[in-house]
Design a protein around this ligand. Structure first.
Ligand code: DOR
Length: 442
């Protein structure tokens, strides 16, 4: 990194300070030292004298935003390294434009004690090009029976708790978990799923399950637990974050809780925003087998509308890498999940931003500002004096999602073959240029 880096002519977007204009930005010693129009070195001979080398980098037509934070990522390590590991999936996150991710606890062993939290944090410090935050389990082994060692995990650095991949079935147990998490000021991230009702469901219950001859999974299996957890939020006062909301009714429940003033937030995934049950055709595409399942077209449209109107707090991928041999199975035998980190921002740009339905400022709010607020992390701002944590998006390239392009160890993307516009071009983490022209820096 030269002493001074001049990023020139980029559209700088940061809704935290109402910023959305074409500016130059100077990074020096890891910090943003100047932000303004037509910035020049103070001493015009500076760059040629050799005393303070400058690098100029033209970003005309590109968008600079605060580093994005994906608060729902499966890294698979420890235990399932054949699917993905901390190094491979954090590099996939870098390519997708994320400076921060939150690792889910459904590993083997599950992240249900301080040792595993420490392992993930230490390994990430060694191998990850971005910051990895850790979500601990609510219950031991995510079995829903005994509380996990939440105090120990918090002391070791966990910033949220979830049994993601499963819903906590017993309301009393969930209540105790919420009471306990509240003491640490950490939110509970709820994977809402009533197992009795979801049963062996493979796809949304309705036309899709009937036509394909697959067991149905009704949206009610999710909505029942959303309703229950909102009631527990009212009872305990604990901050509740509903993960991957997939139906219009689920959204309405969250909306009503917000209107009541309860500390309830929610996220939506790109696959629930841009795919629906109708996309699952007679080829039985296992990459579209996700939990919760893709719902109806009306649900998908309601999710898009809710995101664009600000009723949904954040976007999160639920990046779920699986090995090719696992997805090349009969639909019923394949695991649930799609990768998402490397396609999320281009999908959002292609489907919502370019058509004028979502502003860049809202995108930054949903994908950089709100996740940090929900997880109690310090905000990242684009302002003089702040550390340079930046994501840069180039809207010009067009590309087709292809199995061979992924940095992730896995290629089980639900969007293979989709034509997309725009790509992440640069990422800076604490002033370090980590992704340059779409490629990781050594
Ligand atoms: O589709 C999913 N896959 N949803 C989840 O909640 C878990 C995830 C996984 O771990 O594979």
């Amino acid at each position: 990194m030269p002493t001074k880096l001049f990023l020139q002519n980029a559209r700088v977007v940061d809704p935290q300070s109402g910023l959305d204009e074409v500016l130059d930005l100077i990074i020096c010693h890891g910090r943003i030292v100047a932000l303004g129009q037509d910035l020049k070195p103070k001493d015009p001979t500076e760059s040629s004298s050799g005393a303070a080398p400058c690098e100029y980098y033209d970003l005309a037509g590109q968008v600079i935003m605060p580093g994005l934070f994906d608060m729902h990522v499966h890294l698979r390590e420890p235990g399932y390294e054949y699917k993905g590991d901390i190094a491979s999936e954090s590099k996939a996150a870098l390519k997708g434009g994320f400076t921060d991710i939150l690792a889910m606890p459904n590993t083997s062993p599950a992240c249900d004690n301080g040792e595993v939290v420490k392992f993930v944090i230490d390994k990430a410090a060694e191998v990850a090009p971005i910051r990895v935050h850790v979500c601990g389990a609510l219950t031991k082994g995510e079995q829903g029976e005994a509380l996990a060692e939440m105090g120990d995990m918090f002391a070791s650095g966990a910033c949220a708790f979830s049994d993601d991949g499963r819903g906590v079935q017993d309301a009393g147990q969930m209540r105790r978990a919420m009471d306990y998490a509240r003491q640490f000021g950490c939110p509970v991230l709820s994977h809402c799923q009533d197992e009795g009702l979801a049963g062996v469901g493979q796809v949304n219950e309705g036309a899709c399950s009937t036509l394909l001859g697959l067991a149905g999974w009704p949206a009610a299996a999710e909505e029942i637990q959303i309703g229950r957890d909102i009631a527990l939020c009212r009872l305990t006062g604990e901050a509740l974050h509903v993960q991957h909301v997939s139906s219009a009714h689920g959204l309405a429940l969250v909306g009503a809780a917000k209107a009541e003033g309860l500390p309830v937030t929610c996220e939506v995934t790109p696959h629930h925003l841009f795919l629906c049950e109708e996309d699952i055709d007679k080829t039985y595409p296992t990459n579209l087998k996700v939990n919760p399942p893709l719902r109806t077209r009306a649900d998908m449209e309601a999710l898009q509308e809710a995101l664009c109107s600000g009723q949904i707090d954040c976007i999160a991928t639920d990046h779920a890498p699986h090995a090719q041999h696992e997805k090349q199975m009969e639909f019923e035998l394949a695991p649930f999940g799609t990768t998402g980190l490397e396609t999320a921002l281009s999908l959002l740009y292609t489907e919502l931003i370019e058509p004028g339905r979502l502003s860049w400022a809202s995108l930054v709010n949903h994908y950089a500002v709100r996740p940090r607020q929900i997880l109690g992390q310090a905000p990242l701002r684009i302002a003089e004096g702040e550390p340079a944590n930046l994501t840069v998006f180039n809207p010009r390239p067009t590309w087709t999602v292809s199995r061979t392009d992924f940095v992730s160890k896995a290629s089980n993307s639900a969007f293979l073959g989709r034509q997309l516009k725009g790509q992440v071009s640069q990422v800076f983490v604490d002033g370090q240029w980590r992704l340059r022209d779409g490629l990781p820096c050594a």
